[in-house]
Design a protein around this ligand. Structure first.
Ligand code: SAH
Ligand code: SF4
Ligand code: F3S
Length: 466
C-alpha cells in the first residue's frame, strides 16, 4: 500500500470557500490525499483565497512568502511540496500570481476544482498549471464529469451550495467577476446531497450561494423552482431539523420565501440580509437597485409572518463620496431595524470595479471614525439581543463536546453558541435549554427538564401499559 499524501488547505473569505475547501478535500481523497493540520509536512498546500477587500487579497502574497520557505525546507529533506492557489484571487489575478510567485505550482479558479487531480499531473509534467476559465457547461463540475467525490458529512451542521455567482454588479464588488454569472443547481442534485448528508448524521443545512435567493434551479416538474419552494421540499426530508440560507439580497425576497418563513418550523427565524448603506444616494451609486425604504418594507414582510425573526446585515462605510449626513442615514437605519448581529467594513477599492474609478474618496481617518461609530452601535444591539435570552428557555441543536470537559455546545435558532453540562449523547438533538448567563458572545445554561415525563421512559406508564 502506498503511503497517503498529505494535503493542507487554508481557506479565507466566505462560506462558499469553506464549502469549496471541503469539496477539494473530498475530490483529492480519491487521489490518496489525507488532510494534515500543518502546512510544513504537507505534500500539497492549497491557499483558498478571497479577493473581496484589499487586505484579504494581500494575505495571499504574505502567506506565499512563508510557504516558499517551507517548500525549500522540504526540498532539503528530499521531499517535494506542491503549492496551489485557489479561490477568488486565483480567478482575478491568476496570471499575476504566476509571475509574482514562482513558488506556486498550480493556479485554479473556483469553477475548476474538480480538475485538481488533472492539474496536479500537468504540474508534475510541465512544472506549472493554470486554470481559471469559466467553463459554462460544467460550472459546478456536476455535469459532464463524473460527480466529484461524494459529499461527506462533517458533523451536525453542513453547507450545501445551491447557486453560485452573481449578476447584480454592485459597483464596489468583485464577486460577479470572480465567481461569474449566476447559476443554480437542479433541485434533484440538491435533494441527493441533503439525503446523503442526513443519512450521515447532519441535522442542520445551510443553503449557500453568493446570491442565494436568486435561486431558480430546475425542479423535478421541469420548471424553475424558487428558494422558498426548494426549502419547502427539503423540510420534508426526514432528519432535516433545521434549515438556513445565506446570503440573500433584498431585491430577491419573493412571496415564496416569505411563505416558507410562515409555514416551515424547520426554517430558522434568522436572516442575513445585507443592506450596505442607509442612504438612497449611496445605494444608487452602489447600484443596489433598492432604497432604504424598500429594505424596510422587506424587513416588515418577514416580521409580519414571524414575530420572532431576527436579522443580520453587512455595511460598507466610506463608499466614494459618502457624506457625514449619508453616513448618519446608515446609523438611523440600524437604529430603526435593530440587528441581532452585523458585519461592517471600510470601503476598499477593488481593481476592475466601477467604484474604483470614482474619485471622491473618503479620508482614512473619517472612515475609521465612521466604522468605530457603526460598530459601537451594532455591538450594543448585539449585546442587548444576547442578554435578552437570559432567563428564557430556548431550543438548542447540540453539535459537539466543548473545550471545557463535560460541556456540550450547540446553537440557538439565532446561531448563538450555547453551553450546557451534559452527556455527549445529546449531540445531534434539539433540546430546550434554560439560559442562565452570557459570557462574551456565548450563552450558558442547563437542560430544561420537561414538565411531563414521556410515556416511553416513565416506569409508571410502562407498568400501566403492561
Ligand atoms: N453576496 C453578498 C455578499 C458579498 S461579499 C451580498 O450581496 O450582500 C460580503 C460583504 O463584503 C458585502 O456584503 C459587503 O458588505 C462587503 N464588501 C464587498 N465588497 C467590498 C469592498 N470593495 N469594500 C468593502 N467591503 C466590501
Ligand atoms: Fe457583490 Fe452585490 Fe453580488 Fe452581493 S449582490 S455578491 S455585493 S455584486
Ligand atoms: Fe471572497 Fe470570493 Fe467569497 S471574493 S467573499 S471568497 S466569493
Amino acid at each position: 500500500m502506498t503511503t497517503p499524501r498529505k494535503l493542507h488547505i487554508k481557506s479565507y473569505g466566505c462560506q462558499m470557500n469553506v464549502y469549496d475547501a471541503q469539496r477539494m478535500v473530498d475530490t483529492l481523497a480519491g487521489e490518496g490525499f489525507v488532510e494534515t493540520a500543518s502546512a510544513d509536512d504537507a505534500d500539497l498546500v492549497i491557499l483558498n483565497t478571497c479577493h473581496i477587500r484589499e487586505k484579504a487579497s494581500e494575505k495571499v502574497y504574505s502567506e506565499l512568502g512563508r510557504l516558499r520557505v517551507a517548500k525549500e525546507e522540504a526540498a532539503r529533506h528530499g521531499r517535494e511540496m506542491k503549492i496551489a492557489v485557489a479561490g477568488c484571487v486565483a480567478q482575478a489575478e491568476g496570471e499575476e500570481i504566476v509571475h509574482r510567485a514562482p513558488t506556486v505550482d498550480i493556479v485554479v479558479g473556483p469553477q475548476s476544482y474538480h480538475h485538481l487531480p488533472e492539474l496536479l499531473k500537468r504540474a508534475k509534467a510541465n512544472g506549472r498549471a493554470l486554470e481559471t476559465e469559466f467553463p459554462v457547461e460544467d460550472k459546478f463540475g456536476f455535469l459532464p464529469q463524473p460527480k466529484p467525490a461524494a459529499i461527506r458529512a462533517r458533523g451536525i451542521s453542513a453547507f450545501v451550495t445551491v447557486q453560485e455567482g452573481c449578476d447584480k454588479f454592485c459597483t464596489f464588488c468583485v464577486v460577479p467577476y470572480t465567481r461569474g454569472a449566476e447559476v443554480s443547481r437542479p433541485v434533484a442534485d440538491i435533494i441527493d446531497d441533503v439525503m446523503q448528508l442526513t443519512e450521515n448524521g447532519v441535522r442542520e443545512l445551510t443553503l449557500i450561494g453568493q446570491n442565494v435567493n436568486a435561486y431558480h434551479g430546475d425542479g423535478p416538474d421541469g420548471r424553475p423552482w424558487s428558494l422558498g419552494k426548494l426549502l419547502q421540499r427539503l423540510a420534508e426530508i426526514p432528519d432535516v431539523k433545521r434549515l438556513r440560507y445565506s446570503t440573500s439580497h433584498p431585491r430577491d425576497v419573493d412571496d415564496d420565501l416569505i411563505a416558507a418563513h410562515r409555514d416551515l418550523a424547520e426554517l430558522m427565524p434568522f436572516v442575513h440580509l445585507p443592506v450596505q448603506s442607509g442612504s438612497d444616494r449611496i445605494l444608487a451609486a452602489m447600484n443596489r437597485k433598492h432604497t432604504a425604504d424598500d429594505y424596510r418594507r422587506v424587513i416588515d414582510r418577514f416580521r409580519a409572518v414571524r414575530q420572532d425573526i431576527a436579522f443580520s446585515s453587512d455595511f460598507i462605510v466610506g463608499f466614494p463620496g459618502e457624506t457625514a449626513e449619508e453616513f448618519s442615514a446608515t446609523l438611523a437605519l440600524v437604529t430603526q431595524i435593530g440587528y441581532a448581529a452585523a458585519y461592517s467594513f471600510k470601503y476598499s477599492p477593488r481593481p476592475g470595479t466601477p467604484a474604483a474609478e470614482m474619485r471622491e474618496t473618503v479620508s482614512a481617518t473619517e472612515m475609521d471614525e465612521r466604522l468605530g461609530r457603526l460598530q459601537d452601535l451594532i455591538d450594543s444591539q448585539q449585546s442587548a439581543f444576547n442578554r435578552a435570552a437570559i432567563g428564557t428557555t430556548v431550543d438548542v441543536l447540540f453539535e459537539r463536546a466543548a473545550r471545557n470537559p463535560g460541556q456540550i455546545v450547540g446553537r440557538t435558532a439565532y446561531l448563538q453558541p450555547a453551553h450546557v453540562m451534559a452527556s455527549p449523547d445529546i449531540i445531534g438533538k434539539i433540546l430546550p435549554v434554560r439560559i442562565d448567563s452570557l459570557e462574551r458572545y456565548s450563552l450558558k445554561g442547563e437542560l430544561a427538564t420537561r414538565s411531563a415525563p414521556s410515556p416511553i421512559s416513565s416506569p409508571v406508564s410502562q407498568t400501566i401499559g403492561a
